[in-house]
Design a protein around this ligand. Structure first.
Ligand code: AMP
Length: 925
């Protein structure tokens, strides 16, 4: 309300014009006997009335349309006695907008007429004293928008009128809340049809859902509500406001929904929870909705089973016993190989269907290394594993050791040297050797021939020279590797063509390291082995006579041996044990000769006839020989007991023990000198058509001048006569399989050529300083290995030529072996040109062990911690580790006794196992 005359205290004092005789302010009592201010005029008898009454300035206070309610009484002209046409029954309402609140002068023309107001039916009767008056109420509205306020004016033109009250007001749309938005008290618009757009604001703890809007109509009514708000998370609507969710309830989103009860395994302790907290031990994944129950990580997978198939492992397990109330269990695998140092979990290991995020409970792990210890850990996870920080409790592990597996194929072959007739090929080790590569097999054929006819070569190295090829021809090559597990697959075919050029390209010098199976023509085959028959036919050559051809053994002995008087023998000490009794050293003084040192073998008492005969047969044989490299018989004592055989004394005893005692102390020339002596003695024997059958370092004696002499002539006869004796002996000593040529073992074909074979073994014994041929392999394995084409490798520091000579002695075809005379020539040549002895294989006899890395080996025995220590001390290859001693390990700081033992034992074991698998430590020819 801008003005209400009833509430104005005191007089109104509005401006009237004319100031006298026009409108008059009159105080009266209203119907409730409250005094009110009124304005009256009643000049009905006079014509041309123009009486103005103007209100004070009314500020509009932001209103744009104001309402003027006038209550008035009006006399009915008819009720007035004597009035003429001058009487009126209306008055006019004017307004004038103004910023000025003190205008005193009423300029009638500046007022704008609102309306002519007449009395109407809707009056009420008012008792005024003794009269009853009709009280009219009229309301007019007017737009007031241009100035700060306005004036109203009432014009009377001759009526009898009383303005009982004037009230000026404007309309508003009252403050209201709709859809959780507050709309303020809003003044209506200027026009009767206008709608005022009002933006609401969200109530406390609520958020706008859509811009809240409403329209305020001209009559003060709110119209067309749009949009609104939602209670914020943690709050719900109650009576048009947002109230916090109570404990045990939550509301996660702003929505028109109410609060929800906490899901299972969760709680809320404070009002206004937006989410319920999980009970301890229960969790919620980031992606879990707040409405979801709290859950737990799964327990460990169960019943993990592994099945190893070569280098693959199939792992299977059962789902965890507790899934924790979730259905998103998945599995992942970790793999730990025995050594992290040497074998990082290779990226080449394949997990099928995968390593992580597995929904199935079966995985095939392939491409693992052979002979490697792996631990697989299967983890079970679900959506809350991370949140719970759970670790080991949810996993299960299994350890496996992969088996042996054939090597993977060689991936590429290169031709490094090409000539008209040859190709030098080289290739890389297979990606996964899966063990120690023992050799490579090269298969090749002319491309045109397809595989109808092919050749095979075998080599230790990763290269081979293929010779004897046709010029300008395309050849197809395949290479495959072999380990203890067998052959791998052949490589894909690689084609190379020989040259047409006439200039042969120089060969690489690696022939020495390649032994191939292709048939080669022996350099000795042209000079055919001298046969015994030839010898017999050759007059003038002294032939050995078998004493067993004598009916009376004493006759033979007296033909070939001198009887010595026992008084001329002075026995000094026992120096050894022979097959028939003690061997002593002593002195012999024969009449007219100077005293010499002798060895005296005696036949112990209680001998049989056969033993006597055997004992003396050695002297009968020895007595026929006269050579500086054959032990010389001085004579026999047969006429008194004990029977004695007197030979020259060999100060250094038997060669094998002698060499072992002086390991590494001789020059190559000295060793070759010893070999030459033995060869010379053997040539003499072979010239005599004597087949020794037991040539071995233990049967060579060495004197103080390092002269080697062949001795022990006992075995020959017995073996020949007794077909069973090939595997028995007269003295229950096993046949010397390791020294014996294959044809002699299989069908007792003992010849000089089989002695040559044995000589080759003696060479090996000499150069390796008394090492046992074929080490600890058993006889059956030795026989098998030889049969399969393997041969002893070059001993440490062995000149290549000597090893080649050994290999020649070990030719399978005995006719291909050199004769002793050729061997002698060869050794003489070597001694004359010592430079030829300088080239060695450069390695010890384990050279042919494939270079299994020390790292891998250490890893395989679980001692990779010593890798750096050993490497720093120069132990960089497996064979170098053979030299490892306890003292050396003490020095290196490897002090744990069990580790020392493992290291020593396992390197020996490794070498042995390779040997026993007929491996590379012998050279195939
Ligand atoms: P034997 O019965 O010929 O095998 O001899 C047995 C051992 O006696 C041999 O291993 C030698 O150590 C030793 N011995 C045999 N003959 C001689 C010898 N002439 N000079 C020195 N020691 C010998």
């Amino acid at each position: 309300t801008l003005l209400d005359t009833r509430t104005v205290p005191g007089e109104l004092k509005w401006a009237a014009s004319p100031s006298e005789g026009g409108w008059e302010e009159v105080s009266i009592m209203d119907e409730k006997n409250i005094p009110i201010r009124t304005y009256q005029v009643c000049n009905v008898l006079e014509p041309n009335q123009n009486n103005w009454l103007r209100t004070d300035w009314i500020p509009r206070s932001g209103a744009q349309r104001v309402y003027v309610e006038v209550k008035f009484t009006l006399r009915d002209c008819n009720s007035l006695p004597g009035v003429t046409g001058t009487c009126k029954e209306t008055f006019n309402l004017y307004y004038h907008e103004s910023n000025e609140d003190r205008e005193s002068y009423i300029k009638e023309s500046s007022f704008i007429k609102v309306d002519t107001v007449a009395a109407d039916e809707s009056f009420t009767q008012v008792d005024v004293g003794d009269r009853i008056m009709k009280l009219n109420t009229e309301v007019r509205d007017v737009k007031v928008t241009t100035r700060k306020g306005f004036y109203l004016a009432f014009q009377d033109v001759g009526a009898c009128i009383a303005l009982v009250s004037v009230r000026v007001f404007y309309k508003t749309c009252p403050l209201t809340i709709r859809n959780l938005a507050t709309f303020p008290d809003t003044i209506t618009g200027a026009d009767t049809s206008s709608l005022v757009e009002v933006r609401g604001s969200c109530v406390n703890q609520s958020e706008e859902r859509e811009e809240p809007k409403m329209y305020c109509g001209a009559d003060g009514e709110w119209l067309v509500p749009i949009g609104g708000c939602f209670c914020s998370p943690g709050y719900e609507e109650k009576g048009g406001a947002c109230k916090a969710c109570s404990a045990g309830f939550y509301k996660a989103k702003s929505s028109d929904a109410g609060c929800f009860k906490c899901p299972p395994h969760s709680h809320s302790v404070r009002d206004g929870a937006t989410v319920c907290d999980c009970h301890s031990g229960f969790f919620r994944a980031d992606s879990d909705p707040p409405s979801m129950a709290c859950t737990q990580p799964p327990s460990a997978p169960q019943q993990l089973i592994s099945v190893v198939n070569e280098t693959s492992v199939v792992l299977e397990w059962a789902p965890p016993r507790r899934l924790g109330g979730r259905s998103d269990t998945s599995y992942s695998l970790d793999m730990v190989a025995r050594s992290q140092l040497c074998l990082p979990c290779g990226s080449d290991v394949l997990f099928s269907p995968g390593q992580t995020g597995l929904k199935t409970s079966r995985v095939v792990v392939s491409e693992l290394r052979a002979h490697t210890h792996y631990t697989f850990i299967v983890h079970a996870r679900n959506g809350v594993s991370q949140a719970s920080g759970a670790g080991a409790a949810q996993s299960v592990s299994v350890s496996v050791t992969t088996n042996q597996a054939a090597p993977s194929p060689v991936s590429s072959i290169l031709a490094i040297d090409v000539t008209r007739h040859s190709l030098s090929l080289s290739w890389q080790q297979p990606d996964r050797p899966n063990g120690v590569i023992l050799e490579y097999e090269v298969k090749f054929y002319e491309k045109d021939q397809k595989e109808r006819s092919y050749r095979i070569m075998r080599t230790f190295s990763r290269s081979v020279d293929v010779t004897g090829l046709n010029p300008l021809t395309v050849y197809v090559f395949h290479v495959r590797a072999r380990t203890a597990a067998g052959y791998g697959e052949f490589s894909a075919p690689f084609e190379f063509s020989t040259n047409s050029g006439i200039h042969a390209v120089k060969f690489s010098s690696c022939r020495a390291c390649i032994k191939v199976y292709v048939q080669k023509r022996s350099k000795y085959s042209k000079t055919k082995q001298d046969s015994e028959e030839e010898k017999h036919l050759n007059p003038g050559v002294k032939i050995y006579v078998d004493p067993f051809t004598y009916e009376d053994p004493d006759q033979a002995i007296h033909e070939f041996a001198k009887e010595i008087d026992v008084s001329s023998i002075h026995i000094e000490k026992v120096i050894g044990m022979g097959e028939f009794g003690e061997v002593c050293s002593g002195r012999l003084r024969v009449q007219g000769k100077r005293e010499i040192y002798v060895a005296i073998k005696s036949l112990k008492a209680g001998y049989s006839d056969k033993q006597r005969r055997d004992f003396l047969s050695e002297a009968s044989i020895m007595g026929q020989f006269d050579h500086p490299n054959i032990i010389r018989l001085e004579g026999v004592v047969t006429r008194c007991k004990p029977l004695m055989i007197i030979t020259e004394y060999m100060e250094n005893g038997s060669l094998d023990a002698f060499l072992r005692k002086h390991d590494g102390q001789f020059t190559v020339i000295q060793l070759v000198g010893m070999l030459r002596g033995i060869a010379s003695g053997m040539k003499y024997l072979s010239d005599m058509s004597y087949v020794h059958r037991d040539l071995a370092a233990r049967n060579i004696l060495v004197n103080s001048n390092l002269v080697c002499k062949v001795s022990d002539f006992g075995l020959s006869r017995v073996l020949e006569d007794d077909p069973e004796a090939a595997y028995t002996t007269r003295v229950r000593r096993k046949i010397p399989i390791r020294w014996t040529a294959p044809e002699a073992i299989t069908y007792r074909k003992f010849t000089t050529a089989s002695d040559v074979w044995s000589y080759g073994i003696v060479m090996w014994e000499v150069v390796s300083y008394g090492e046992r041929p074929y080490w600890d392999m058993n006889n059956q394995d030795v026989i098998k290995a030889i049969e399969e084409g393997y041969r002893l490798p070059a001993p440490m520091d062995c000149p290549v030529v000597l090893h080649q000579l050994m290999l020649d002695c070990w030719e399978r075809e005995r006719a291909e072996r050199p004769t002793f005379s050729q061997i002698l020539n060869m050794l003489d040549k070597l001694i004359r040109n010592p430079g030829t002895l300088r080239r060695t294989g450069g390695d010890r006899y384990i050279i042919t062990l494939q270079p299994w890395s020390v790292c891998e080996w250490l890893q395989s025995i679980g001692l990779e911690r010593y890798r750096d220590t050993l490497a720093a001390a120069g132990y960089t290859s497996l064979d170098s580790l053979l030299a490892l001693t306890h003292q050396e390990m003490d020095r290196l700081g490897i002090i744990t006794p069990s580790h020392q033992n493992i290291l020593i034992a396992s390197v020996q074991q490794e070498v042995l196992s390779q040997m026993q698998h007929m491996q590379h430590s012998m050279v195939p020819v």
